[in-house]
Write a protein of this length. Structure first.
Length: 552
């Protein structure tokens, strides 16, 4: 199937430019690489949450094959007059199609209703406020606060009995996840961005419930390391197709640049289909599963490959967490474009497709990048953003980025840092490194994901993060010393074993401690571990030898 098939039939404008767009879209023939599936099995047990009158009305409309269990939110407890009706308070609900679990006042509702499997297959919530607060509700859950929504749900629910499968939208690499190290909290961007609340903390990494995940993609767009990736479709494949289509247009049209319009297959498609016949031929509609999946690793390469503009269509009903992620990514992009003298209006989030119709055409960029979509997410984004710097006159050295960006620098307070290397031990990206034989703290800036674990781990609070993108790849990838010191040598054997600042800080903190009250004990603080033990043994031997013999 063609990647642009979703709207190809509606792109029927006449003229040479329209034909060029059709040819450009037709130049991309593609089927997504297969991914694992996520299976649901749903029987006929419906948990209905409503007042008694509404519950009775909906239950009467259900076909005989549906087993309806009604939880009536009320202060009194116990069963109602109708079978399978239960009055209860403090309701809570979690799960998904085929696996809903509910509690009322600490009691399991499935046990109260004597459901052997212990789960409900469907949940219809008729309360004013949904019990499940996630912006993207789980499959099998319907919130229907009014009669029209309740009647629609009553018609649809019986159709969701059986076995169903959807793609597993994500891949996760725990080895490069920067969520936590040694009990120190780090990055939570994916958890914060997920509108389905499918991601939770799990030790040093995260856990994603594939049955709750609905492919919103904001997690992958927000992830600074690429630990969580969009798997269906794969980003590398999408980037290659954008390069092909945009390149085809640039070869045939020199006046107006191609403008890529990212829209999702649900809300965005409905909005776009209404105005599709009126779309100017320069507009290239690009379907994604959810608009949140259009991250910097798609937007920045599209512009670098020669698109004049990138639109992201996010209708008002788009989950707020997806929109927030889109806007943060564009803030990063705009910061780079501004530093490089680019027009920031080349990338925008819009709520209405009408805004696109009203926009004036933009000329094609003078240059287009040729890099391949190779390497990981960070490498692709860095290559695209660095292309803007290459085109600038003069090329800037670096661009300051908004807080929370995925690229950055670490600053060290040299007066506070003791080179204890606690930060090196917990850095998940191998960005901070020790100096080897020389006491030094080094940074590989290209590796830094700005997770903040190092700053939280520092016992001296000597580290601060600074979001920025340095355009010189050689500079960013080379280890650079943040602080260096001469090694402190053992006063007994002359072996280097610490730094002068570390020894000075330790002597200051232990001043007055009873264990180091004598000059001899305090002197041991300047010895290596081996010499400290030998010195203590020699001291004990001297004390023993000086004692007078005991009378027999």
């Amino acid at each position: 199937m063609n990647y642009f098939e979703a709207l190809r039939l509606t792109l029927s404008a006449d003229g040479a430019a329209a034909k060029l767009r059709r040819d450009a879209l037709a130049s991309v023939e593609w089927s997504p690489s297969p991914t694992a599936g996520v299976a649901y099995t749903a029987a006929n047990r419906l948990l209905l949450i409503a007042d008694a009158e509404t519950a009775a009305r909906i239950a009467a409309r259900m076909p005989e094959k549906m087993l309806v269990y009604a939880a009536i939110p009320a202060k009194k407890n116990g069963s109602g007059d109708a079978p399978n009706f239960h009055f209860c308070a403090d309701l809570s609900l979690r799960g998904h199609l085929g696996r809903f679990r509910a509690q009322a006042g600490g009691e399991d509702l499935a046990e109260i209703f004597r459901i052997e499997s212990g789960v409900f297959d469907h949940a219809l919530d008729c309360g004013a406020k949904p019990l499940i607060q996630a912006e993207l509700k789980p499959p099998g859950y319907r919130h229907a606060p009014n009669a029209a929504a309740q009647d629609a749900a009553a018609r649809e629910i019986p159709e969701w009995i059986g076995e169903f499968e959807k793609p597993k939208y994500f891949e996760y690499d725990a080895d490069i996840c920067a969520h936590s190290r040694s009990g120190i909290a780090g990055c939570t961007r994916c958890i914060d961005a997920c509108p389905a609340e499918a991601i939770t903390s799990s030790g040093e990494g995260i856990a994603v419930d594939p049955h709750l995940c609905q492919g919103a993609g904001a997690c992958a767009s927000a992830c600074p390391s690429g630990a969580i990736r969009y798997a269906y479709p794969r980003v590398h494949e999408q980037i290659d197709m954008l390069r092909t289509a945009i390149g085809h247009w640039r070869r045939g049209e020199k006046t107006h640049g191609a403008e890529v319009l990212f829209f999702d297959s649900g809300r965005g498609r409905e909005a776009l289909e209404k105005i599709a016949p009126a779309l100017d031929a320069r507009i290239f509609p690009v379907a994604v599963e959810e608009i949140g999946a259009a991250g910097l690793d798609l937007i920045a390469p599209a512009l670098a490959y020669g698109a004049a503009r990138a639109w992201l269509l996010a209708p008002p009903e788009t989950p707020k967490k997806e929109v927030a992620t889109l806007k943060h990514n564009l803030a990063v992009l705009h910061a780079v474009m501004k530093q490089c003298g680019e027009d920031e209006t080349r990338a925008a989030v819009v709520e209405s497709a009408d805004e696109i119709l009203k926009s004036a055409p933009m000329p094609p960029p003078a240059r287009a990048a040729t890099f391949a979509a190779a390497g990981d997410k960070r490498a692709i984004i860095r290559a695209a953003l660095s292309f803007f710097a290459e085109c600038a006159e003069p090329p800037p050295g670096a661009a300051a980025l908004p807080q929370g960006a995925m690229f950055g620098h670490v600053r060290v307070d040299e007066n506070a840092c003791t080179l204890c290397m606690g930060c090196v031990a917990v850095c998940p990206a191998n960005a901070l490194q020790a100096g080897g034989d020389t006491p030094a703290l080094k940074l590989i800036e290209a590796n830094c994901v700005q997770c903040g674990i190092c700053a939280r781990a520092c016992p001296e609070s000597a580290l601060t993060l600074e979001a920025r993108l340095h355009f010189d790849a050689a500079f960013a990838r080379a280890p650079r010393a943040l602080k260096e010191e001469e090694a402190f040598r053992c006063i007994r054997c002359d072996k280097p074993f610490a730094t002068a600042s570390m020894i000075g800080r330790m002597r200051e903190k232990l001043k007055g401690h009873w264990m180091f009250a004598t000059p001899e004990a305090a002197r041991r603080l300047r010895m290596c571990e081996d010499c400290r033990v030998l010195d203590m043994l020699e001291h004990e031997n001297r004390v023993s030898a000086a004692k007078p013999p005991e009378n027999g």
